[in-house]
Design a protein. Structure first.
Length: 257
């Protein structure tokens, strides 16, 4: 008998408080062995359908919709039971043709552009950026604090933004001529105060380091975000600073589980 099935069998002869622990171990050991996770006795087929749709995205294990969550009756602490990994809950926002799947990572919402269950990858875009017009401000880094999702470094590069640099409120401060190439020249809206803002690709970032833009007082905010390499490579450097960086961000980035 496999370890997951042995644990599940043992759970049937234990008090409820211990049985739940054994079910939890059975599910996670099954996942580690690549076997289909065993379902707790509270599994409800009407609640946990094999797959659901939100917009044109199919939602299925290990992801699940926020509407397929309930408490396990009879257990203390209101133990929640869901139809997938706890960290991979998806909210379906909007109605009809405007339905949009959104996942919560690092205290921020990300719109799901695609999920590939064959390659175990998911493509996300910052929801704030998608709604930020043609010259969006990037307000935050992505924090990979989730257990199951990881940066797919083979598919992603980074764009790094420096906001509110060389403030015009300080007399005699001007943007160095060799940084003009990287200065964002579209109508950037953001809470970064006065001054110039810049965008750098990984190949360009040495220029930002030369001017120590990440040092205190040089810029009000520094944000680095993952983007898909194929779209960054296809972009034109001169167009990036004219708002072309927005299109690269709209294509999102890829994570794997």
């Amino acid at each position: 008998m496999s370890p997951p099935r042995l644990l599940a069998a043992m759970a049937a002869h234990l008090p409820r408080s211990l049985a739940l622990l054994f079910v939890f171990l059975a599910v996670h050991i099954a996942a580690a062995h690549g076997d289909p996770a065993l379902l707790p006795t509270t599994y409800d087929a009407s609640m946990c359908r094999e797959s659901s749709m939100c917009g044109n995205i199919s939602i299925k294990y290990p992801f699940y919709l926020s509407t397929t969550v309930r408490d396990i009756p009879g257990y203390s602490y209101n133990t929640p039971y869901s139809c997938g990994y706890t960290d991979l809950m998806i909210s379906c926002q909007g109605e009809g043709p405007k339905e949009t799947p959104v996942i919560f990572l690092g205290d921020h919402n990300y719109t799901i552009l695609n999920i590939s269950y064959d390659s175990n990858t998911i493509i996300l875009a910052d929801s704030d950026v998608l709604a930020g017009g043609s010259c969006p401000a990037v307000h935050h880094d992505l924090s990979f604090d989730k257990l199951w999702l990881h940066n797919n470094t083979s598919s992603n590069d980074n764009l790094t933004f420096y906001f509110g640099c060389y403030s015009t409120g300080v007399p005699g401060v001007a943007v160095p001529p060799d940084l003009v190439t990287y200065k964002i020249n579209c109508s950037l809206m953001g809470p970064f105060g006065e001054g110039a803002s810049f965008v750098f690709t990984p190949d360009d970032h040495v220029k930002a380091q030369e001017h120590e833009l990440d040092q205190d007082g040089h810029c009000s905010e520094v944000v680095s975000v993952p983007v898909r390499s194929e779209f960054l490579m296809a972009s034109n450097r001169s167009m990036l600073v004219m708002g072309g960086y927005a299109e690269v961000l709209w294509y999102g980035f890829e994570l794997e589980w």
